[in-house]
Design a binder for this molecule. Structure first.
Ligand SMILES: Cc1cc2nc3c(=O)[nH]c(=O)nc-3n(C[C@H](O)[C@H](O)[C@H](O)COP(=O)(O)OP(=O)(O)OC[C@H]3O[C@@H](n4cnc5c(N)ncnc54)[C@H](O)[C@@H]3O)c2cc1C
Length: 407
């Protein structure tokens, strides 16, 4: 008997493939095409821009395919999980760029769909889909990282508005973001039950950001200060003092997403090139054409196999989460594993290059060598961002394995 579901999906695949091909900007087909590296993040800074990356993002957003499974009522594609996967596959197969990278898509949007009121959904979700607003995440504070519920940034009820005072830290791209989703303290007598989830326009008076430099030389995050910042009453998502549930849910989405980023080489020196090929170039090959150093060969092979298995597992978990109620505490397992594999790959890359893999700048090093060094240093953060490896192991032991707290 014919499988009409499969037929329908194949028709959809053909249509999606045709549409992507017809709408991919010609300029982006040229690998040397000049686009602003920040354009992929969208936001107010690119409101009137004709950068080809922005043109691509806008075209895809008209179809809602920047957020393929979100409801069409909020600008999303309204696609089934299977159709969304096809769009992803066709974008990858065509070698097209990711249309939009966004904390709004990866983290905030999913929790707005689950917890926000109708007005908040109508206000924020379509702008996320269209890449009009760039979001940052105001969770960590100088005294509240792993112990996130220890956060102290105060949010006071002033009748017709909320008043925010306090400091966040490690706020990725706060200096470039338009809005911040933020955890604040609304009750000082309780810990977890005294936290609320609010949305803050970064252009509000009293918001200040100071970039911090990473060991890799990049400056991707900031200290963020809120001094007597007024926000409208309608900017609290979920109930007063009910922010912890939303915060935890968002972390599951975050962990799922950043694990995918490490798998693709994000922040881990993967952009320097294929590890096996690079090792052969620097270390040499034996008579059979295999990497000459047998021990290094075995470790690189293991890392590649781990990544392969990891990629298949994350694809399966992502499909399961699309088909059910979203990600679970099991995302802590993949976040932990992704960080470990990415750091191992960066170490192997630098080891294979020898002293060429330890360049900081200058003409004595090729661009790939500099990427490897900076990527290796950046990868140190992989086991910290989105919750440290130790904290994720704690989540797995308690929430996945059901083990008791240590005495
Ligand atoms: C690249 C990068 C980007 C980031 N971006 C953001 C962002 O956009 N927004 C944001 O809010 N935050 C961001 N962070 C911050 C990140 O979430 C925190 O750094 C992280 O949660 C750890 O908190 P901490 O730095 O305060 O370390 P601490 O919590 O002080 O931890 C110090 C050490 O103690 C260990 N430890 C702590 N508690 C336990 C425990 N119970 N059991 C076992 N070991 C424990 C930790 O694993 C760690 O090794 C970012 C961090 C990095 C590296």
């Amino acid at each position: 008997m014919a499988d009409f579901g499969a037929d329908k999906l194949e028709t959809f695949r053909a249509e999606a493939s045709d549409w992507l091909k017809a709408n991919y900007p010609a300029e982006l087909r040229d690998p040397k095409a000049k686009t602003d590296p920040e354009a992929i993040w969208g936001g107010r800074a690119f409101a009137g821009s004709d950068d080809p990356q922005i043109v691509w993002m806008r075209r895809v957003a008209v179809k809602g395919w920047t957020a393929p499974t979100w409801p069409a009522a909020y600008g999303g594609g309204g696609l089934s999980a299977a159709e969304a996967r096809i769009v992803e596959q066709e974008i990858a197969r065509g070698g097209y760029r990711t249309p939009l990278a966004s904390f709004g898509l990866w983290m905030l949007g999913p929790v707005l769909l689950e917890f926000a009121n109708e007005q908040q959904k109508q206000e924020h979700l379509p702008k996320i889909v269209r890449g009009e607003i760039r979001w940052c995440q105001g969770y960590s504070e100088p005294g509240a990282g792993s112990d996130l519920a220890g956060l102290q940034t105060r949010c006071e009820d002033k009748g017709d508005h909320w008043l925010i005072n306090g400091q966040k830290i490690w706020t990725s791209y706060a200096n470039k973001a338009d809005w911040c989703f933020c955890l604040v303290r609304t009750d000082t007598t309780k810990k977890h039950e005294g936290i609320s989830f609010v949305l803050i326009d970064m252009a509000s008076p009293g918001v200040e950001t100071r970039p911090i430099k990473l060991i890799s030389g990049e400056s991707p995050f900031c200290e963020t200060f809120f001094t007597d910042v007024k926000i409208p009453k309608g900017n609290m998502v979920g109930p007063l003092n009910g922010g912890w549930t939303i915060a935890k849910r968002l972390l599951q989405y975050e962990r799922q997403n950043i694990s995918g980023g490490f798998g693709g080489g994000g922040g881990a020196g993967g952009a320097a090139g294929d590890l096996g090929q690079i090792a052969k170039r620097y270390v040499g090959v034996d008579d059979s054409g295999a990497l000459a150093d047998a021990d290094l060969r075995a470790r690189i092979t293991k890392n590649k196999m781990d990544f392969q298995a990891f990629g298949l597992t994350t694809a399966r978990i992502a499909a399961e989460s699309r088909a059910s109620n979203g990600p679970s505490a099991a995302t802590s397992i993949i976040k932990y594993a992704a960080a470990a594999f990415a750091q191992e790959r960066s170490e192997l890359m630098v080891e294979a290059m020898g002293n060429h893999g330890l360049g900081w700048e200058g003409q004595g090093f090729s661009p790939a060598e500099l990427i490897a060094t900076h990527g290796w240093l950046r990868s140190k953060g992989n086991s910290i961002e989105g919750g440290t490896s130790e904290v994720n192991i704690n989540v797995v032991s308690k929430r996945v394995l059901g083990l008791p707290d240590p005495k």
